[in-house]
Design a binder for this molecule. Structure first.
Ligand SMILES: Nc1ncnc2c1ncn2[C@@H]1O[C@H](COP(=O)(O)OP(=O)(O)OP(=O)(O)O)[C@@H](O)[C@H]1O
Length: 724
């Protein structure tokens, strides 16, 4: 090594520095600097094969081994072996159904145009004969093969080259003429055979030959068959379409996030086929809730240029920002809902088991059961709640054990078709019907009390292990624990009448008490506010079906507090147009479903079957006898008259309750003044009022009734009975 010749350099110090440093082998140092991964396939001399990815800085914040392996395994998104639509019977069926439907459509489309096609084909076929012959001749002459070369030789005046090229053409043409000759001979033979063969041979040959010749003879821009116009029947759901739709909702949370990061809307699963449509699971930008998108269903449909009932956004499982957007191949209104399975001639219902009640937008069947449940149906006029409620009553009719009683307080007679199987039925909103309905609720309460005693008895015998009605007890004749289905349509009519307050309180008690005792309450209401539907009832009902409603308050009255906030919004349905659609809650996943549509004729068929079943089981109610078997209300007037204290003109309720309890402790035991007031409500002749009395020289006032009014009520009742 030559040292630089500089006089002022301290060589001794420099040597010492170098001695202190590590001496490194340059090759091994380079090797160490290269990335450890895949050292074999990197050629150090080839710059292009060197991995230039920047080295990772530090370890991951949450090292992989800190998360349990099984959690990782659960989270690992494996791609399915089979396509989503081929993995389940249901999806496969839906896909096949869709394909068949499409094929059927195309077939039908062409079938009706057959005469037109036949005319066109007959017109073009002769042209095809000439054009085909011309083409065959040109092919046999093999003129086209080296035409350009021969032309060039001719223009150059190169006779030698031209002759050689033409000889080549002739050679090619020879075998082609043989082929043409063969075809001609076969054609001739075929024609002779056809001429002498049976007629259908000729038809068959024409069916093949005419379209082929027409195909050759038609101008290139005039196809024989019409185009099957698909229009925008269905728009395939793509990530781009979903992104565009979501950003068109003008939601600041989405738009600002997407402006910063185009991938702020992500898809944890690929968009896949699901039933007759496609499902996109979407992770919305941070902080945006799926419910906010659900509320904008109309805008979403507009952004996709699709009818409203083709677009079904729902909150998805996982987190509140996950949206399940299902888009059908066609609008739900165009998809034919299958017939209600209970219309089948041998369908029966066991109220302890689930039966089909509705279908989802994907046409999956949704089953419901009725035992140990109370139902609340709500929706604005034309939402389809009466029809939905009637479905349940029809199902109940098909269980011969069930006793069906109910009132429709609209007065239209939607349920009159069920009259033959109902032990009690009222229709109307006049005072008398309302009074009967109220008396029925009181009877229900008494019935619940009676049933609780019966359950206690059977529990002691070991026949009701959970102190609940069992299928065996329900079937046991004389147990008095058979399913009792009590339905009320347009209950708001009763709740806003003078009976409302007491009826509400009693019905709440029945709902709470009766659930385990086989009493099933079904309520339909149009105005779900707290005057029309006491909160005590809405709170205690465990199965809810909210059809089209106008606002959030109504929605949450039916579906429960926060339902609207959580994205379960029946406000998105339009009355009449989307009749029967609603949000069903209480059966696993909260979802939008459409109740089966059963018109009155079909309902009549079910009732006829229910009558037959009940005749066999001996449970068909006697039409004339619609009175309840046991009921304090029926006898309370007579009982009061019997216990009336001497010739008093008026009496306090409290005194009367004590006397009634002495007369019939099993019925009146524990009655308070308010209960007597409620029991007397149906009898308009009696007014419970303040009655003053002098007791031991002191004046005291309490609620009570007058004897004259009691007598008047009895007279009126007797008059009505004889008139009936
Ligand atoms: N599941 C359904 N599928 C299709 N159409 C339905 C369905 N249910 C009801 N409809 C239609 O909607 C109309 C209104 O239904 P329904 O009488 O049950 O409404 P409603 O909510 O009870 O209205 P209102 O309070 O005025 O009585 C019915 O005449 C029927 O044609």
């Amino acid at each position: 090594m030559t040292r630089p010749d500089r006089d002022d350099f301290d060589w001794t110090a420099a040597e010492a520095d170098v001695n202190g440093a590590d001496v490194v082998d340059i090759e091994s140092a380079r090797a160490a600097r290269r990335p450890a991964a895949a050292p074999d396939d990197i050629d150090p001399d080839d710059a292009e094969s060197i991995d230039e990815t920047p080295p990772e800085h530090g370890v991951p914040v949450d090292p992989a081994d800190a998360v349990p392996a099984e959690v990782y395994a659960r989270q690992a998104a494996r791609r399915p072996i089979l396509a989503e639509w081929a993995r389940s019977r249901r999806l496969l069926q839906a896909a096949v159904r869709h394909a068949t439907k499409d094929a059927g459509y195309v077939l039908a489309y062409h079938a009706v145009r057959m005469p037109k096609y036949a005319g066109k084909a007959t017109f073009y076929a002769p042209i095809g004969v000439f054009r085909g012959t011309g083409r065959l001749y040109a092919w046999a002459m093999a003129e086209e093969g080296n035409w350009d070369l021969r032309q060039a030789a001719a223009s150059r005046g190169d006779a030698d080259a031209w002759l050689k090229l033409d000889a080549r053409r002739q050679r090619q043409s020879v075998w082609r003429w043989w082929v043409v000759g063969g075809i001609g001979f076969a054609g001739l033979a075929g024609t002779i055979v056809l001429a002498f063969g049976p007629w259908w041979w000729q038809v068959f040959a024409a069916a093949i030959a005419v379209p082929l010749l027409a195909r050759v003879g038609r101008p290139a821009d005039k196809p024989i068959t019409d185009r099957v116009v698909q229009g925008n029947r269905y728009r395939k759901l793509t990530a781009e379409l979903v992104r565009r739709a979501l950003t068109s909702l003008q939601m600041s949370g989405i738009n600002s996030a997407v402006a910063k990061d185009a991938n702020a809307i992500s898809f944890p699963q690929e968009i896949h086929r699901d039933g007759p449509g496609h499902l996109a699971i979407v992770d919305l930008p941070y902080g945006v809730e799926a419910s906010e998108v659900v509320a904008r269903r109309g805008k979403l449909a507009s952004a996709m240029r699709l009818p409203l009932d083709q677009v079904w956004p729902e909150p998805a499982q996982g987190h509140t920002g996950r949206l399940a957007l299902w888009v059908g191949y066609e609008p739900a209104s165009a998809m034919k809902q299958p017939a209600w399975p209970l219309l089948a001639p041998n369908a029966k219902v066991d109220l302890f088991k689930a039966f089909p009640f509705a279908t989802t937008p994907r046409l999956d069947v949704v089953d419901v059961d009725m035992m140990f449940r109370n139902y609340l149906f709500g929706g604005q006029p034309g939402s389809g709640k009466t029809f939905a409620l009637r479905d349940l009553v029809l199902a109940a009719a098909l269980d011969a054990r069930a006793e069906v009683r109910g009132y429709e307080l609209k007065g239209v007679g939607d349920f009159s078709v069920l009259e033959p199987v109902m032990a009690e039925y009222g229709n109307g909103f006049d005072d008398e019907t309302l009074a009967r309905c109220f008396a029925f609720i009181e009877w229900l309460y008494e019935e619940a009390r009676r049933r609780s005693k019966r359950i206690e008895h059977y529990a002691r015998l070991g026949k009701a292990p959970e102190n609940k009605v069992t299928p065996e007890l329900a079937s046991l004749k004389g147990s008095g624990l058979h399913p009792l289905v009590a339905w009320f349509d347009e209950l708001q009519e009763l709740m806003t009448s003078k009976y409302g307050k007491d009826a509400g309180e009693l019905l709440e008690k029945v709902i709470k008490l009766g659930r385990a005792l086989g009493i099933i309450i079904l309520i339909g209401t149009q105005i779900p506010d707290k005057d029309s539907l006491p909160t005590g009832i809405t709170r205690n009902v465990n199965s809810r079906f909210c059809l089209s409603v106008a606002d959030q308050t109504a929605n949450d009255m039916i579906l429960g507090t926060s339902a609207y906030k959580n994205g379960y919004r029946a406000t998105v349905f339009q009355p009449v147009v989307e009749a029967g659609w609603g949000v069903l809650r209480g059966f696993g996943k909260v979802q939008s479903v459409r109740s089966y549509y059963v018109d009155t004729t079909a309902a009549g068929r079910i009732v006829a079957r229910a009558v037959a079943l009940r005749q066999t089981a001996g449970t068909l109610p006697v039409p004339e006898d619609q009175t309840r078997t046991v009921g304090p209300v029926a006898d309370v007037l007579a009982d009061l008259a019997q216990v009336w204290p001497g010739d008093e003109k008026s009496a306090w309720n409290e005194t009367l309750c004590g006397l009634l309890a002495e007369l019939r402790p099993e019925t009146y035991g524990g009655w308070k003044s308010a209960q007597l007031t409620a029991a007397l409500k149906p009898h308009t002749a009696i007014t419970v009022t303040s009655v003053g009395k002098r007791i031991e020289g002191k004046q005291a006032t309490q609620r009570g009734i007058h004897h004259t009014e009691l007598i008047a009520a009895i007279t009126e009742r007797d008059r009505k009975r004889s008139a009936d």
